[in-house]
Ligand binder design. Structure first.
Ligand SMILES: [Zn+2]
Length: 375
């Protein structure tokens, strides 16, 4: 989510099939009794997307869509009369699934976000899903559900976990219900970690994960979810690496681009992209325009960003994390309906259908099921 001038205006960015565990995860599972990836993931529940039109063969799994923020904090009706990724737009754009974050703004209650806020936003997501029959939760009370082929599967994440510093054990029940990814910080430093856009990151050492933050990340892995490094400072990312290794966990950035092409602290340096690839993780292409390029953004710039991320992290490590409804999307891919245009541009740039399937969905699918217990 992007950082604007100050607190109250902070928008969230402006704000899978069981999958065989990754090689990294399986290797670690044999050495660490604590690694949840030692257990087989649940059966594949995502819907098949009807791809009859145009002969496209890909489906989209979007790792970051901020619709719950719009509804909870910005009075958008649960009927979703508008938005970047309404059910209609999502279906038109070949979406099989998307991840709704429980985004807990740093600034609420005079900079004292509470776990009760996470509960309230979780309830809002529930209300959206009740109102939108074509949005179907994939995991309900920890159990993987079948999702009808005509529907869009919804996963839940957390973005900004500062509230959990009051009691890190409270994260357990969110993970038990189905939260798959946990973003430790948002736009400002909190008691768990320093933020990419926080004050500590500007100083030598950058703050990193606090001792409590390290315990929190270990707990997230232990309970079978993944830590999301998007919004973390570089030092916090570094501090996470040995913890992720211990649990055989892939390192995931749900919505972060390459800093080499767009020098912004929210983007990932090449060394981090490489670690993400090496651990079997993914970095989700963020379509918030500030993170793609300064100035006017054309499709060729989006393609260049994908190219660089693929070159450094590998074809198995790039996914989609649009930041729709949380940012200002790049005009050529301004909403979910435009995903086929992006696929076409990648095809024209030389990507094979297999590559496109990986980037748009298969890579994300692999990490979303990490750590789920057998049912
Ligand atoms: Zn964000």
């Amino acid at each position: 989510m992007w950082l604007v001038a100050c607190g109250q205006a902070d928008p969230p960015e402006a704000k899978p099939t069981p999958v065989a565990p990754t090689a990294t995860a399986s290797a670690a599972a044999t050495t660490s009794a604590a690694a949840p990836s030692a257990t087989a993931p649940a059966p594949p529940p995502l819907p098949e997307v009807d791809l009859a039109d145009g002969g496209d063969t890909f489906e989209v799994i979007d790792l970051h869509v901020d619709t719950p923020w719009r509804v909870h904090f910005k009075d958008r009706p649960v009927a979703l009369p508008k938005g970047d990724a309404t059910p209609e737009k999502a279906r038109e754009g070949h979406y099989a699934a998307m991840v709704f974050p429980i985004y807990i703004p740093d600034y609420i209650h005079k900079w004292k976000p509470a776990i009760a806020d996470a509960e309230a936003i979780y309830t809002t997501i529930d209300e959206i899903l009740k109102a939108q029959t074509s949005f179907t939760p994939v995991i309900v009370d920890g159990k993987v559900q079948a999702v009808d082929p005509d529907e869009v599967a919804i996963f839940v994440s957390i973005e900004g976990a500062g509230a959990f510093a009051a009691d890190i054990t409270q994260i357990d029940r969110f993970i038990a219900r189905g939260v798959r990814l946990v973003g430790v910080v948002h736009a400002h430093d909190n008691d768990l970690a320093s933020s990419a856009t926080g004050k500590k990151a500007k100083k030598k050492g950058g703050g990193g994960l606090t001792d409590l933050g390290k315990q929190f990340c270990a707990r997230v892995y232990e309970k079978g979810a993944l830590v999301d490094v998007s919004h973390m400072s570089d030092q916090a990312f570094e501090d996470l690496i040995p913890i992720a290794k211990k649990y055989g966990a892939p390192i995931v950035a749900t919505h972060s681009n390459a800093r080499k092409l767009r020098n912004h602290p929210r983007n990932l340096p090449d060394a981090q992209l490489k670690v993400i690839g090496d651990t079997g993780g993914v970095a989700g292409l963020n379509l918030h325009r500030t993170f793609v390029r300064k100035g006017r953004v054309q499709m060729k710039h989006v393609v260049a960003m994908v190219d660089h991320m693929v070159k450094v992290a590998g074809i198995d490590a790039v996914a989609i994390g649009t930041d729709y409804d949380g940012g200002k999307p790049v005009p050529p891919v301004k909403d979910a309906r435009k995903m086929p245009d992006l696929a076409k541009a990648l095809r024209e740039a030389g990507y094979s259908e297999a590559d496109i399937r990986k980037i748009f969905g298969e890579n994300a699918r692999r990490i979303l099921y990490w750590g789920l217990r057998p049912q």
